[in-house]
Structures are given as C-alpha cells and as structure tokens.
Design a protein around this ligand. Sequence first.
Ligand SMILES: [Zn+2]
Length: 320
Amino acid sequence: MAIERTLSIIKPDATRRNLTGKINAKFEDAGLRIVAQKRIHLTKAQAGKFYEVHAARGPGIEHDDGLVLVDTGLGNKGSDKFRAVYGVENTGRQGPTQLEDALAEAGFTPDDVQWVINTHLHFDHAGGNTFQEPADAGSGRREGRSRSPALSFPNATYVVQQGELEFATHTNERTAASYLEHNIRPVGAAGRWRLVSGETELLPGIRLVPTPGHVPHHQSVVVADGGERACFLADLVPTFLTNCRTHARSLRAAAAAGDLAAAASVGHKLAGSGTRYGFERVSDLGHEIERSAKVGDARAVGDLAQQLEDYLARVRAVSG
Ligand SMILES: [Zn+2]
C-alpha cells in the first residue's frame, strides 16, 4: 500500500514546548519528530480561574485505510462534581466535545474515524471514546432520564494493549480514580476492541510501541511517511506539570536551607514557564515567590511553596 502521498498528520501540533530540551534532542538524534499533546483550555469553576491541563488529544492521521485518531481527550461525561473538582470544560461548539470541533475544522465527521488508538485508558485520554447525550436531547425521551454512553466513533475499531485493558478493568485503590468504566465498557459491549500485545504494525506506516512507565502497558505511536517519522509519546515523558513538581521540590529544599537566592531563581522560572504554557496560577505563584525571596521573607516563600504543591496535587489527576 502506497502511503507516501496519502498519509499525513492533520494539524500535527508538533510543538515541542511540552517537552524538555534534552528529551527532544534525543529523539531528534534518532530521526523522530515529536508530536506533542494538544492542550484544551479548562475552566476551574470553583476558583473562577482558567488553567490548562493536558487533555491528551493526540493527532489524527489520514491513512489509506481511513482516519486514525490517537486518544480521545476528556469526553463529556463528567458529573458536575467532576467538572468542579477538575475544572473540566470540554464542551464542543457543534459536537459533544472540542475533539469533534477539531475534526470538523479538518473536514471530518465522527463517522469518518476508522481507528481509535488509545495510548492508555486514563480518563483524560479515553474519555472521548464514548459520549453521553444530554438527558433532554432528542424526542420521546423523558427529561432527566440518563442514557448509557454511546460510542463517539460508531464506525471505528478501538485499539489498546491487551495488558492495559486488563489493568484498567482490575483496578485497586490507587488506580481506580483514573479508569472510569463509562469510557471503557461500552467499547467492549459493542465488540469494538482490537487488543494488541507488544509492538505491532497496526497499519502500513503506523506502529504501536510499548512504552511502559506511566502505566505498565502504555503505548506510543510511531507514524512513518516516506522518509519522515513522527512519534506521539502521550504520557511517556515529563510534561510541564511534572517539571513544576521538580521545581516545587527544589523550592522546598531552598527554603529549608534558607537559600533565598535559589528560591528567587526557582520563582522566576515558574513565573516564566507558567505564562508560556498558560498556567496562570503557576505564573502568579512564581512571581510572588520571586518577590518574597528577594525581600528576604523566608516564611512567605514557605507558604507559597505549599500553595504550589497543593495546586499541583489538585491538577495531578487530570495531567497524567
Ligand atoms: Zn495517563
């Protein structure tokens, strides 16, 4: 099958800003282009503030075999409480979520999707596998009556590592919050899973590569087109929030050692990257930390460091 002309990445969003320089350089040395996750703006309803999380939508790939989607984002099935806690706002202008909007912009409908590859089944990656119609939508339905979720992509085969499906459906206290049945079960009930084990060439030019770590059976997607290769890493590598956690640790160490110059420098970094990545809260805290450190207020630096850690803990569940 000739893939040279027909295989292309829609809006590859090949920004590298989510990734650390060192990791990027490594992949570039290996001749791989990194396709970063798209980010969706989310509203944090409780605080009335905006922040972004990595609502892990991957690229769409046009292929001779049909349209291939990598990960489906957060979906629309979160309860009001879920939305409030995680600050989720993923409603689409036309379709159920912003993913359908992005498809429409690229000239596709959900019916066009032939393959959905799930890198793993955490709710911020597989939440858009299925969707819930509003209870009062359609005719002849009683208002308030909830329906079971339907497949977002009715013609698609959904692909995941077999080990990940087992991991996701046999949860424990630590993993249960990340794997939500309504994202997973309807796919099985419709008989739409294609389970793979290990490295697999799913379609000519599209290879699934196990990349364990984040979860035991996480997979990344390598797309080859002519001489070019792109790799969608999903949650394999540290992203912005992971780096923030590292900064938070340095800050704690600096505060404990009374090294306010080091704290000021960490605050400065946080302020800059918070702005760059659209995390206002991180940016605000960074500025305050830098300011307090410069005037020698160690106690304020300690308090702010704690606030940063609390914030990071709150967004952790949706950031992978
Ligand atoms: Zn994850």
